[in-house]
Design a protein around this ligand. Structure first.
Ligand code: ADP
Ligand code: ZN
Length: 612
C-alpha cells in the first residue's frame, strides 16, 4: 500500500515538473525564428528597435511591433553594429550556459532516479529479504559498549548467577575439553525497567565478547518468512564471531504461546520465526559458544517449547529492587550529580517502594533537571521531592481552578485519610498530605513504608482499607455530604478486600480457601476466579460488603474521637496546601493538648497516640 502511494506521488511530481519544463520551453519558442542574415538585413534597414540577448539567442523587437529571434554565432562582433544603429540592447543571464543546460537535463533525471531508488528500497524487502533483514535487525555493539557489572546495582544474586556464564564465554575450551555442554539460553524475567537489557550488556562487557541485540518485535514483520530469515541471519553472524552473546529483548513477541496470537497471519509468521529460533538454538555445536540471553515481562505467555532443556532452560527472575537495592542504584546515578548535604538517599530509597532501576534513574534525572531550571548549582532535597511527586503522581496542575467549596471538601477528605494513616495500628506512616491537584487526583495522602513488605498482616490490611475509606468518612462526618472524590479509594479498597476474601483466606465465614488463580504475569493484576457455586458467590459478596462496612464504621469511630485533630489538619491544609510529616505531628500534638485541656484543665502534658 505504501509503495503504491509512493509511486503515485512520484508520478504526480514528475508530471508537474515535466509540464513546467514544457511550458517554459514552449513560451520561448512561440517567437518566430529568423535566420541571422535576415536579422542583419533588418538591422541595416534600421527596422530594429530593441534586442534582448540571452546567450547566443537574440530576440528582436522591430519598428512594426513584431518579435522574432535568431541565433547569433558571434555576439561580441554583433554588439558594435547594434550600438551603431542605436538599437536598445538588453542582456539576460545566460540560461543556455553549459551548467544551466546540465542542470536542466540532469535534475529531472536525478529526481526520477531518486524516486525509483526509494521505491526499490522499499520493495527490496520482498525481493531480497536477506539484505533487508540484515540492515534493520542486527545491531552489533562490540563488548556491550563498555558496560560492566559496576553499572548494574542492587541485584547481587543475579550477578552471582551470571559469573558462571562469563567464565563459559571467556574460556570455552576449558569446558569443551571435559565434554561439558555449556548452557545455551538464559531467560531474564521481570517487569520493564528492572535492568534486563543492562544486565545482558554487562555480561558481554565483563566477558569481553561481541554483543548482538535484537528485539522480538523486530522479527515479526508483515511478510511471512522475513522473521525466520532474520533469525538465521543473526545466528550465522553470531556463530562467525563466537564466543558472543545474542540478546533477544521482548522474546514474548515471537515466543508467545500460540493461543495468545491475535490474527491467523500473524501467528503463522510468529510460528515460523519461533521454529527458526528453536532450530538455531538446537543446532549449535559445542565449540560455538553463542549464549542467547532473552528478556520478557510476560513469562506466562511463553511457548513451553522455548523453555525445554537445551534452550532457555535457565530462568532468572529480576524483580524491582528492595530498599537496599534502591539505595545502591540511587548511589550509582547520584555519583553523576552534585548533591546538597540535605539529600538523604536512604530516605529517598525508603519512599520509593516498587520503583524499578529505570524509574530511579529517571528520578535522579528529573531532580537534576528541576534544579537546573532554577539555576541551582547543586541538587537538593526539595528537587528530589518534586521529582518524586511528579513520577508518582503526575504533574502539578497549577492552572486548575478549584472553588472554595470543593477545596474544603478535598481538605477534609485528605485530612480523613491522614488522621487514620497516622493513628491506626500497623499502618505505613504518613509522609505528606496535599490538596494540590496532580495528574488525575485532586489531593493525595502519601504514606511511606518503613521497610519493604513482603507479607501483609490482616491488621495491616484492615488499617489500609479503613484509611482508604477515611476520606469519605471525614466528608460524611463533618461536612455531612458525599462526593465523588472517594471513587478511587473505593476501587482500591474493593480490590484489597476481594483479595483478602478470595485469595488470602482472611474472611470469617469462607475460611482458608483461595478462590482465584494467579496468572503469573508481572503486570497482570487480574484475578482469575475458579469456578464455584452460586452460594459461594453470594457468600463472597456478603463477606466483601461486611469487611467494607466494618472498616467504614471503624473509620467513623476513630475520626469522631479525633475530631480536633481532623478539623485542625483540614484547616491547616486549606492554608498551607501541603503538609509534611513533622507538620502533621505538630498539628496532632496541638490537638491532643487542646483535647486534654478540655478533659482535664490541670494536665497540660502532651499525650501519646490514642489508638495504639
Ligand atoms: P529492561 O530491559 O528490564 O526493561 P533496562 O535494562 O532497559 O530495563 O533498564 C533501563 C535503564 O534503567 C538502564 O539503562 C539503567 O539506566 C537503569 N537501570 C535499571 N536497572 C538498573 C540497575 N539494577 N542498576 C543500575 N541501573 C539500572
Ligand atoms: Zn481519597
Amino acid at each position: 500500500m505504501i509503495i503504491f502511494v509512493r509511486t503515485v506521488f512520484a508520478l504526480v511530481i514528475l508530471s508537474v515538473l515535466g509540464g513546467g519544463i514544457y511550458l517554459v520551453t514552449m513560451t520561448e519558442k512561440r517567437v518566430p525564428e529568423i535566420c541571422y542574415n535576415d536579422f542583419l538585413e533588418s538591422l541595416q534597414n534600421k527596422e530594429i528597435e530593441e534586442v534582448h540577448i540571452c546567450g547566443n539567442i537574440v530576440t528582436l523587437h522591430d519598428t512594426f511591433g513584431r518579435k522574432a529571434s535568431t541565433y547569433a554565432p558571434d555576439i561580441p562582433s554583433l554588439l558594435p553594429l547594434l550600438l551603431k544603429e542605436n538599437v536598445r540592447v538588453m542582456g539576460k543571464p545566460d540560461k543556455e550556459s553549459p551548467l544551466w543546460n546540465l542542470l536542466y537535463i540532469t535534475l529531472p533525471i536525478l529526481f526520477i532516479l531518486l524516486a525509483w531508488y526509494s521505491i526499490m528500497k522499499k520493495q527490496g524487502g520482498e525481493e531480497d529479504e536477506k539484505d533487508f533483514g540484515k540492515d534493520k535487525a542486527v545491531k552489533i555493539n562490540k563488548h556491550g559498549q563498555g558496560i560492566t557489572f559496576r553499572d548494574v546495582a542492587g541485584i547481587p544474586e543475579v550477578k552471582e548467577d551470571l559469573l558462571e556464564i562469563i567464565d563459559f564465554l571467556q574460556k570455552p575450551k576449558k569446558y569443551s575439553k571435559l565434554g561439558a555442554i555449556t548452557p545455551k539460553g538464559i531467560l531474564f524475567q521481570g517487569p520493564p525497567g528492572t535492568g534486563k537489557t543492562l544486565l545482558a550488556r554487562a555480561v558481554a562487557g565483563e566477558a569481553g565478547v561481541p554483543f548482538y541485540s535484537i528485539s522480538g518485535s523486530d522479527f515479526v514483520e508483515m511478510f511471512v518468512g522475513v522473521g525466520a530469515s532474520r533469525v538465521r541471519e543473526l545466528f550465522a553472524e553470531a556463530k562467525k564471531n563466537a564466543p558472543c552473546i545474542v540478546f533477544i529483548d521482548e522474546i514474548d513477541a515471537v515466543g508467545g504461546h500460540r493461543a495468545s496470537g491475535s490474527t491467523a497471519g500473524g501467528q503463522d509468521e510468529r510460528g515460523q520465526t519461533l521454529n527458526a529460533l528453536l532450530v538455531e538454538m538446537d543446532g549449535f555445536s559445542s565449540d560455538e559458544t553463542v549464549i542467547v540471553l532473552a528478556a520478557t515481562n510476560r513469562p506466562d505467555i511463553l511457548d513451553p517449547a522455548l523453555l525445554r532443556p537445551g534452550r532457555f532452560d535457565r530462568q532468572i527472575n529480576i524483580l524491582p529492587p528492595d530498599i537496599k537495592g534502591r539505595l545502591e542504584i540511587l548511589n550509582v546515578f547520584a555519583r553523576k550529580v552534585p548533591l546538597a548535604s540535605d539529600v538523604e538517599l536512604e530516605t529517598i530509597a525508603r519512599s520509593t517502594p516498587g520503583f524499578t532501576g529505570a524509574e530511579l534513574a529517571s528520578l535522579v534525572n528529573e531532580a537534576a533537571i528541576y534544579a537546573a531550571r532554577q539555576n541551582k548549582k547543586i541538587v537538593d532535597n526539595s528537587d528530589f521531592e518534586v521529582a518524586k511527586d511528579r513520577i508518582m503522581m503526575g504533574l502539578e496542575r497549577k492552572g486548575m481552578v478549584i472553588n472554595s467549596e470543593d477545596k474544603k471538601t478535598i481538605a477534609y477528605h485528605e485530612a480523613g485519610h491522614a488522621v487514620l494513616a497516622n493513628l491506626l495500628p500497623e499502618t505505613d506512616p504518613v509522609h505528606k498530605v496535599s490538596i494540590i491537584p496532580r495528574g488525575r487526583a485532586l489531593g493525595h495522602t502519601q504514606q511511606l513504608a518503613l521497610d519493604d513488605r513482603h507479607a501483609y498482616s490482616k491488621v495491616y490490611l484492615y488499617s489500609k482499607i479503613t484509611t482508604l475509606l477515611g476520606g469519605r468518612a471525614a466528608e460524611d462526618l463533618l461536612l455531612d455530604q458525599q462526593t465523588t472524590f472517594a471513587e478511587d479509594d473505593f476501587e482500591q479498597a474493593g480490590r484489597i478486600v476481594t483479595k483478602m476474601v478470595c485469595r488470602w483466606g482472611m474472611s470469617d465465614t469462607l475460611g482458608h480457601v483461595s478462590y482465584t488463580q494467579s496468572d503469573g504475569g508481572f503486570l497482570g493484576e487480574q484475578m482469575h476466579f475458579n469456578s464455584f457455586s452460586d452460594e459461594t458467590a453470594r457468600d463472597i459478596d456478603r463477606q466483601v460488603k461486611e469487611v467494607i462496612e466494618q472498616s467504614y464504621a471503624k473509620a467513623i469511630e476513630v475520626l469522631k474521637k479525633e475530631k480536633d485533630f481532623l478539623v485542625n489538619l483540614a484547616e491547616a491544609l486549606l492554608v498551607n496546601e501541603t503538609l509534611d510529616k513533622e507538620e502533621i505531628d505538630i498539628v496532632y500534638r496541638c490537638a491532643r493538648k487542646k483535647g486534654q485541656a478540655k478533659d482535664d484543665p490541670l494536665d497540660s502534658s502532651s499525650g501519646s497516640c490514642p489508638v495504639h
